[in-house]
Write a protein that binds this ligand. Structure first.
Ligand code: GLC
Length: 425
């Protein structure tokens, strides 16, 4: 019996576009970790189920801790055990050099899609010629402030840290006198973890004190500008920032700010969408600007953050896992996440998209903040980056909590980093 040629063509077309179960192919279950800060989990659920529907595969969400430091520790344990429990992994921008041996090269699956993304991020994610992760969203530290209160106290959005301290104190005093005893001038991330390294790189860089380790791999952190930066930050604790900030990560700072209890907050862009959510006490009252400059040598500095998606080398379904990565990092999904969650796209063209800009006016106004954000020294220090960063955040935490002077702490840090480096990173 011969088959009708046009029917055969129809069947072939169906096989290309239809879910796998119709096409008769093997359906996989892909486990993905997406993040658990803010709206991460909800967005993950939504975007992965779209892909599941389209392809016929199944997706399971893997729950991870909030802190990037804890997530890295968990993933490293799983990699050491060659665990097949995770197929798709969220990768912090500072990790490719650290976990490179456990990720699959995505080049065979990406069909050149990476060319649409910011080249610096693609370069960051490419190790030894292999594309180890697709850019998913980018981050840069921003200053969020209460537009209404800055105006009420006759101030302006601050452009230097000194101005920030003065305005924060003025608003804090006024709001406390008016009855809000819990009101804080400034909240940020000063818990001993990776987020403190991000904040402290901003302080140090904004004072002209460099980047801990320079591009050549030299340890530069023990310098007078870095000392001045850490002294300035330490002066905020217990004056314009609560003592408790020494234990704040992103979500604790956002909680205080979003409840209407702080004038200024340092955070990542995700805080914009939540701060303007229906249940936020400060909806429509938020201003966003670049973080302030340091002293005489000052400049604006935002630490570069952001997340990528990668496929574990130990995945039993690399092809389906890579297909999910390509879906999640696609222009369509990035656009939706930008509009609904203020996640910064990694695709330059989306910064010109009318809907994206309408939802996030600061994506346009502060475009140069995003494109000139300061990287942490992850490339220069490679696999040693986690040790470098933890030495830096601990040294900073000691200064903020009054355990050590900035001079002593940075000198000690320099010694410690020399040990970590030994001959080379
Ligand atoms: C954000 C950034 C990430 C950074 C982390 C620190 O998630 O995107 O790069 O390491 O914050 O807490």
């Amino acid at each position: 019996m011969t088959q009708h040629p046009s029917l055969m063509a129809k069947a072939a077309a169906l096989a290309l576009t239809a879910p796998l179960w119709i096409a008769g192919a093997h359906a996989a279950t892909i486990t993905i970790s997406c993040g658990s800060v803010g709206q991460d989990f909800e967005f993950c659920k939504q975007t992965t189920s779209e892909w599941a529907k389209k392809t016929g595969h199944e997706v399971k969400l893997f729950t991870i801790p909030n802190s990037t430091t804890d997530i890295l520790a968990l993933f490293r344990q799983m990699f050491a055990a060659k665990s097949t429990d995770l197929d798709v992994i969220n990768v912090d921008v500072v990790w490719p050099g650290v976990i490179k041996d456990h990720l699959l090269d995505l080049k065979p699956y990406s069909k050149g899609a990476e060319k649409e993304h910011f080249p610096a991020i693609v370069a960051n994610n490419t190790v030894g010629g292999k594309l180890l992760a697709m850019p998913w969203f980018t981050d840069a530290g921003l200053l969020f402030y209460r537009k209404d209160l800055v105006e009420k106290y006759g101030a302006k959005a601050p452009t230097t840290w000194d101005e920030l301290a003065t305005t924060a104190k003025k608003i804090q005093d006024g709001e406390r006198a008016a009855g809000n005893r819990d009101f804080q001038g400034f909240v940020f991330q000063a818990k001993a973890y990776e987020g403190l390294s991000c904040n402290a790189v901003e302080w140090v860089h904004s004072f002209g004190g460099g980047n801990i380790v320079n591009d050549k791999g030299d340890i530069t952190v023990n310098n007078p500008n870095a000392v001045a930066a850490l002294k300035t930050a330490a002066s905020w604790i217990g004056t314009i920032a609560p003592q408790g900030v020494l234990n704040y990560a992103e979500e604790e700072a956002r909680g205080v700010f979003q409840n209407g209890n702080a004038a200024f907050m340092r955070n990542w862009p995700y805080a914009w969408s939540l701060g303007n959510g229906a249940d936020s006490k400060i909806k429509d009252k938020i201003g966003v600007s670049a973080l302030p400059r340091g002293g005489a040598n000052g400049q604006n500095a935002a630490t570069l953050g952001g997340w990528q998606l990668a496929v574990s080398k130990y995945s039993k379904n690399p092809e389906a896992a890579a297909s999910l990565v390509m879906h999640m990092t696609s222009p369509e999904v990035q656009k939706m996440r930008a509009i609904k969650g203020s996640y910064n796209p990694t695709i330059a063209a989306l910064y010109q998209d009318k809907d994206v800009l309408a939802a996030n006016p600061f994506f346009g106004d502060l475009y140069s903040v995003f494109t000139s954000a300061v990287p942490r020294p992850a490339t220069a220090t490679g696999a040693k980056y986690p040790e470098v960063s933890s030495a830096f955040w601990n040294a900073t935490h000691d200064v903020l909590s009054g355990k050590a002077t900035a001079e002593d702490s940075l000198k000690k840090l320099e010694g410690k980093l020399k040990q970590v480096k030994r001959n080379q990173w």
